[in-house]
Design a protein around this ligand. Structure first.
Ligand code: ADP
Length: 503
C-alpha cells in the first residue's frame, strides 16, 4: 500500500488494495495511479478551499469503452466512488478534484480520438480527451472551413468536459450544449446508451438530429452524476466570409443598464448573433496593470481610483463587445442598425476593435485576470437574471456590496446571452495566503447566497459550492435528482456530491 493513502469513505484498506489490484488488470498497471506524487496534478485546485478536503484516493486512466466498463465492474464490487473527468481542467470550479475526499479519478484523457468530422453537415464526433487545440489543429490540417467555439481557457480544455458543465463561448455557437448532438454514455451498470438518434441500430442521423424518439435524455448527463459520457457529437459553425467585432464604451457606471436594454432586442432579433459581453473596468484593467500598482490599502480598490486609471488606458466603466458575421454585404446594414442603437443609448462605438475570442482564434484570454493580485487563486460565480437593465444594476450592486464586505474587488463580465443575462463574476486571490484564501471562501459563500436570496440562481458551481447551490433549488428538485440517481446508479458509484446530488 502506498504511504498516506486516502481511502474512499466506508472502504477498508484491504478492500481498496484489492480493488486497485483488479483495476490494474483492467487498464494495465501503468494506468492506475495511487502514489501521492503521481496524484499531485489531480490535487491542485484554484478555488478557495483546502486541497486536503478534496484529495482523491487515486486515478485510473482507461483507453476504451471496454476499459470503462471493466473499471465500473470493479468499483461497483468494492463500492469505490469514481469521479470522471475529460480534460480535467475546470479552472475556477475545482480543476480535476472530486466533490468529496477519497474518490478515484476516472481520467478519460487517453480516450482522445476525433472519430469523425463531416465537412458537409458541419458536425464532429469526439471522445472525452480531445482538447480544443487538438480539434482546431485537425481542422487546420484538413483545410476545413469550420469554426470551433471556445471557452475563455480555450486550448487546454476540451469540448466534452466543457459541454457537460454547460460551458459557454463567444461566437454564435456559444451555448455549447445547444450545439451538441448525440452522446454515448456508459451507465453505472456498464450498459452503453446512445442518446437521440444513436439508439437506432445503423442510425444515419446521430449527429444531425438531437431528439430521437421519446424523452430527450441528453440534459440528464450534464452537470450530473448519472453516467460517464464517452462520445459527444458537436455542431460546428461554417466559417463566415468575414466578421467584425465592435466595442461600445459606456463612460458612466449606470451605462450598464442602457447597454443591456439596447443589446437584448438586437440579440433577440438575431441582428447580433453572439453573446454581448460587458466587461467592467476592473476586469479590463487586469490586462494592463496589477492591483498593487494602483492601491495598497485594505478593502477593495475605490471606484474613483479604478475609473481614473481605466480612463488613462481608454477603458470605460463598461465595455461591451460583440461581433457581426457574414458577407460584407450582410455585415454593412447590421452595422448601421447596431451603431445607431448603441449611439442613441449613450454608448461610444469603437468600430475597428480586435478581439480574437469572438472568432475561431484560440487564446488564453481569461487568465490575464490572475495577474491582478497574483498567487493563482480563482473562483467563478455565474448567477443568472433576466436580460433587463434594472436586474443587471441590481446584480452589480449586490456583488459590489458583498465583495466589499470581504475586502475584494468586483471583476465581472455580465453577458447578455439572449433573454438571460449571466453576471459572470471572478474572485481572484493569493491561494498560498491562508487569510486571503479564507476571505475568498467566505466571500464566495456569501455572494452566492446574496444572489440566490434575490432570485438570481447560479447556473454552474465549483466543488466547494455544489451543496449550497443545489439546496437553493429546493426540496422537490433534490428529490427528483435523488430518484434519478437511485434508478441509474443504485450503488452510488458515480461522482457522489456532483451538483449536490448524493445517493
Ligand atoms: P474541462 O477540462 O474542459 O474544463 P473537465 O474535464 O474538467 O472539463 O470536466 C468538467 C466536469 O464535468 C468534471 O469535473 C466532471 O464533473 C464532469 N465530466 C467531465 N467529463 C465527464 C464525462 N466524460 N462523463 C461525465 N462527467 C464528466
Amino acid at each position: 500500500m502506498p504511504s498516506r493513502t486516502v481511502l474512499p469513505a466506508g472502504v477498508s484498506s484491504t478492500s481498496f488494495a484489492r480493488a486497485l489490484g483488479e483495476l490494474r488488470e483492467v487498464v494495465g498497471a501503468a494506468y492506475v495511479l495511487a502514489d501521492r506524487d503521481e496524484l499531485a496534478p489531480y490535487e491542485k485546485i484554484m478555488i478557495p478551499a483546502a486541497e486536503d478536503d478534496y484529495e482523491p484516493s487515486g486515478a485510473i486512466l482507461p483507453a476504451s469503452v471496454e476499459h470503462v466498463q471493466g473499471v465500473l465492474a470493479v468499483c461497483s464490487k468494492y463500492k469505490v466512488p469514481l469521479w470522471p473527468i475529460s480534460t480535467g481542467r475546470n479552472f475556477g470550479y475545482g480543476s480535476a478534484a472530486p466533490a468529496t475526499r477519497g474518490q478515484l479519478i476516472l481520467d478519460l484523457k487517453r480516450m482522445d480520438r476525433i472519430l469523425e468530422v463531416d465537412p458537409v453537415l458541419c458536425t464532429a464526433l469526439v471522445e472525452p480527451g480531445v482538447t480544443y487545440q487538438q480539434l482546431q489543429d485537425h481542422l487546420k490540417e484538413h483545410n476545413s472551413a469550420l469554426w470551433l467555439d471556445f471557452p475563455g481557457d480555450g486550448p487546454l480544455v476540451g469540448p466534452v468536459g466543457n459541454t457537460l458543465e454547460r460551458g459557454t463561448g463567444s461566437t454564435p455557437y456559444a451555448d455549447h450544449l445547444a450545439h451538441a448532438c448525440g452522446m454515448e454514455v456508459v451507465l453505472a451498470d456498464g450498459r452503453v446508451l446512445r442518446t437521440g438518434m444513436g439508439s437506432l441500430p445503423g442510425s444515419a442521423s446521430w449527429q444531425v438530429f438531437k431528439y430521437g424518439y421519446g424523452p430527450y435524455l441528453d440534459g440528464l448527463f450534464t452537470q450530473s452524476n448519472f453516467g460517464i459520457v464517452t462520445k459527444l457529437g458537436l455542431w460546428l459553425m461554417p466559417a463566415p466570409a468575414a466578421y467584425r467585432t465592435l466595442l461600445v464604451r459606456y463612460w458612466d457606471d449606470q451605462g450598464l443598464a442602457a447597454a443591456v436594454e439596447t443589446a437584448r432586442p438586437l440579440r433577440l432579433s438575431g441582428t447580433i448573433p453572439n453573446p454581448c459581453r460587458l466587461s467592467n473596468a476592473t476586469l479590463m484593467l487586469t490586462e494592463v496593470m496589477r492591483r498593487a500598482e494602483l492601491f495598497q490599502g485594505s478593502g477593495p480598490v475605490p471606484n474613483d481610483a479604478i475609473f481614473a486609471a481605466a480612463r488613462q488606458h481608454g477603458i470605460a466603466p463598461w465595455n461591451l463587445t460583440f461581433s457581426l458575421y457574414g458577407t460584407l454585404e450582410q455585415i454593412g446594414p447590421s452595422l448601421d442598425i447596431v451603431t445607431r442603437a448603441f449611439e442613441s443609448s449613450g454608448g461610444e462605438i469603437v468600430s475597428d476593435y480586435h478581439d480574437g475570442s469572438q472568432s475561431n482564434e484560440l487564446n488564453l484570454s481569461s487568465f490575464g485576470l490572475l495577474n491582478w493580485v497574483g498567487g493563482g487563486g480563482l473562483a467563478w460565480l455565474a448567477p443568472v437574471s433576466p436580460a433587463r437593465g434594472g436586474d443587471a444594476i441590481r446584480q452589480r450592486d449586490i456583488a459590489r456590496t458583498v465583495l466589499a464586505m470581504h475586502g475584494m474587488d468586483y471583476l465581472a463580465v455580465p453577458t447578455v446571452c439572449g433573454r438571460d443575462l449571466h453576471h459572470l463574476t471572478a474572485l481572484v486571490f493569493d491561494y498560498g495566503d491562508l487569510q486571503a484564501r479564507q476571505r475568498a471562501k467566505d466571500c464566495l459563500r456569501d455572494l452566492a447566497a446574496a444572489f440566490t436570496d434575490n432570485g438570481y440562481g447560479l447556473h454552474r458551481a465549483g466543488i466547494g459550492l455544489m451543496d449550497q447551490v443545489a439546496r437553493s433549488y429546493g426540496a422537490i428538485r433534490r428529490d427528483v435528482n435523488r430518484a434519478l440517481k437511485r434508478a441509474l446508479d443504485p450503488n452510488g458509484i458515480l461522482a457522489p456530491g456532483k451538483s449536490g446530488i448524493h445517493r
